[in-house]
Design a protein around this ligand. Structure first.
Ligand code: NIG
Ligand code: FE
Length: 386
């Protein structure tokens, strides 16, 4: 693989210090970043190399989208349309996607998943976490984690997404299945265990059983909590050492204080508030309290059918009180922290060469020019994929 030298970068967000570099250059060799500094001091790599002139534009780390559900069948456009006309979002909508997912072939699910991965890459996302959770029976959940593992190492088993229709009013029995045969079938393909701890999904006691069983099998915990109302899911996540607790739309002051004192990341998913008309969480309150925040798309057919990190950044800046720098950091280094990854999310020697060249002089344009495709070039492991 030949080296790539990106020169004349007007604004380079490295996530190393608080400020970006200007007039910068980055050298990529063998899939890794090997040098970062002033353009004028850029080394000439031995052998052939490709030079890319950024022409004064901005470069950032590739986005790390630490929360998605992109293996599913069907869509829920009619549900979205009804919501825009005043209907409320409820967790139960998940069941209609379960029916469509069970009916889909592996080929159909795989083709769809690859389509989402491609559209995410085109928007600058170089690392994706993918959850199961639209199968909710042993065979289909195993298909979903197996398919997800074809495109990412960040696979999450979410058999406890909602209680399926055939277990209505038998939630505890369904949890027995999740932590029994379903976990047996899914654990070999997954790195993470997740549960939707919320009214209409799983209680704190049920969530604890799911997470503890997953941990005992070597999976690492992450939790969906406080999306639709306040609850005890955040505290459970922290107690069990979860890498991340996701949503956090309704956090109590105690939740915020406990998050700040923990190393659990709070992953904000503003596409959900956009699509469900719930209030946007106050990211300013979290950051000022010292909570580590990540920003992710939560791509799924129910609550957030966007795959665009730039769109989520625009929402975070416009609606959640984040600066552009905080939003980009949350969408890169924050996502890496939420996945406990130390090889991505930062532009520094030794890190994987996952980078995005924006067709803009500054990251401010991501929110300033919402909806405009500003991702000009993407490198994944040093390869120009776009
Ligand atoms: O992250 N919170 C639970 N699960 C998804 C929603 C899934 C759906 O509505 O289909 C989420 O928002
Ligand atoms: Fe989710």
């Amino acid at each position: 693989m030949t080296a790539t030298l990106i020169t004349d970068i007007g604004e380079l967000t490295t996530n190393v210090g608080p400020e970006p570099l200007h007039d910068a250059a980055v050298l990529i060799e063998h899939g890794l970043i090997t040098w970062v500094g002033q353009s004028a001091d850029a080394p000439t790599p031995p052998g052939g190399f490709t030079e890319v002139d950024a022409d004064g534009r901005a470069v950032i780390p590739g986005f790390v989208d630490s929360h998605s559900h992109i293996v599913f069948g069907g869509d829920r456009a009619a549900e979205f349309e009804a919501r825009m006309a005043g209907e409320k979002y409820a967790a139960g909508g998940i069941r209609s996607t379960v029916a469509a997912t069970r009916a889909a072939t592996d080929e159909e699910l795989r083709a769809r998943m690859h389509g989402f991965v491609a559209e995410m890459l085109a928007q600058g996302t170089t690392t994706i976490e993918i959850k199961s959770g639209y199968g909710l029976d042993v065979q289909t959940e195993a298909r979903l984690v197996r398919l997800a593992a074809e495109v990412t190492e960040e696979v999450t088993f979410l058999g406890a997404h909602v209680v399926p229709a055939e277990y209505a009013d038998r939630g505890d029995e369904y949890v027995d299945l999740v932590i029994g045969d379903m976990l047996d079938a899914c654990a070999p393909y997954a790195k993470w265990i997740d549960v939707f701890c919320e009214t209409g999904a799983f209680t704190v006691a049920q969530s604890r059983r799911v997470l503890e069983a997953g941990i005992a099998r070597g999976l690492r915990p992450r939790v969906h909590a406080s999306q639709l109302g306040p609850g005890e899911g955040v505290q459970l996540a922290i107690e069990l050492g979860a890498a991340s607790v996701d949503h956090g739309t309704y956090l109590t002051d105690a939740d915020v204080a406990e998050l700040a004192a923990s190393d659990t990341v709070l992953t904000l998913l503003p596409g959900v508030e956009f699509s469900t008309r719930h209030p946007y969480p106050d990211a300013r309150r979290l950051i000022d309290a010292g909570v580590t925040v990540a920003l992710a798309c939560d791509t799924n057919p129910g609550s957030s059918f966007t795959s665009s990190m730039p769109f989520c950044i625009a929402l975070a800046v416009r609606e959640m009180g984040m600066t552009s720098a905080e939003a980009v950091r949350a969408a890169t280094a924050g996502g890496a922290a939420a996945l406990r990854r130390t090889d991505i999310g930062v532009i520094a020697p030794g890190m994987r060469a996952d980078l995005v060249l924006l067709n803009a002089p500054s990251i401010v344009h991501l929110a300033y020019r919402p909806g405009v495709p500003l991702v000009s070039k993407v490198w994944k492991d040093g390869v120009a994929v776009r």
